[in-house]
Design a protein around this ligand. Sequence first.
Ligand SMILES: [Zn+2]
Ligand SMILES: [Zn+2]
Length: 303
Amino acid sequence: MQAVFWGVRGSYPVPGPETSRYGGNTSCVEIRTNAGERIIVDAGTGLVRLGEQLVQNGEQLGNFHLLLSHLHWDHIQGLPFFAPIYQQGTQVSLHALRSDVAKLPEVLRRVARHEFFPVSMDEWAARLDFHEVHAGRRFGASAFRVRPFRLNHPFGAMGYRIEADGTSCAYVCDTAPFFQVLHKKHFLRGPEPLSTADRRALQKLRSGLVEAIRGCDTVIYDTHYTPEEYERFPHFGHSTPDQALQVCAGQDVRCLVLFHHAPNHTDDQMDGIAEQYRALGAQLGMEVVTAREGMTLPVRGGT
Ligand SMILES: [Zn+2]
Ligand SMILES: [Zn+2]
C-alpha cells in the first residue's frame, strides 16, 4: 500500500514562491493498493491535479471512493473541479459524516449552486452516490476496509483507519487535542469552561482515536500549528506535532506524517519543523515525515 499526497495544506490554498517545495494545495490524499486500487481521502484543491492525472492516464472511468473527513471548505473545494465527475459512465461514491444542518448531497448541492459555480451538481455527468459514515461502523470500499472514528473539531470530523494489503494507515484530520476545548455544534470565541461531562467526552474521543490508530503502520495527522500558535488559537480545532506524537507514542505506530500545514508556514519554516520533529520522533522510536505535495510514501508491512 502507498499514500500519495496531492494537497497538504489546511484552511486555504497558498500557491507561490514561499510554498513551492511543500506545496500550496489543500487536503487530499490518495491511498493505493499494490494492485493499483485507490481510495481518495478528502477533496481539497489537491484533488484537481489527481483528476487531471487520471484523465491523462486514461483512468478517469470507473468507480471512485472518496472519504470526506468533514465538510469545511479546505476538504471539499476540489470536488467540483475533479475531472472524472464530468465523465459519463463514472461513479463517485462519497462517504462522510452526517451534518446536522443538511444531508451530504444537500450540502454539496448548495456549494455547487449556480450563484457560486457554473455547473450545478445535477449537471455533473458521473453517477454520485452518498454514504453516511458512523463512528465504529466499518465498511468496505474497493479493496479497502475502512473504520471511521470521531475527532474533536467544530461541528465534528471523522478520522479513518484504512486497511488493505495486510497493512493499515490512519487519516486523522482535522482535530484539536483532547484536554482544553471540546468542540460541539456552536461557534467558539475562545475556550469555554469544561464540565465533568465535557471532560469525560474528551477522554472518550481520545481513547477512541488511540484505539483506532493502534498498530497502524502510518498515521497522517493534523499538525496545523506550532505550539506557540496553538496557545493563541486553542479553539480553532487543530493540533501541534507534539500533540500528535503524544497520541501516537506507545501505540505501535511506525511512521507519523505531519499534515494540514498552516497556510502561513513558508517552506523555510516547514524545513525547521520537519527537522525538529524528525529528531524528536527518533527519540521516541517513530519516523516523523513532514508531508509535501507530490510525495509518495510507502505504507509498510503486510503483503
Ligand atoms: Zn481543514
Ligand atoms: Zn476543518
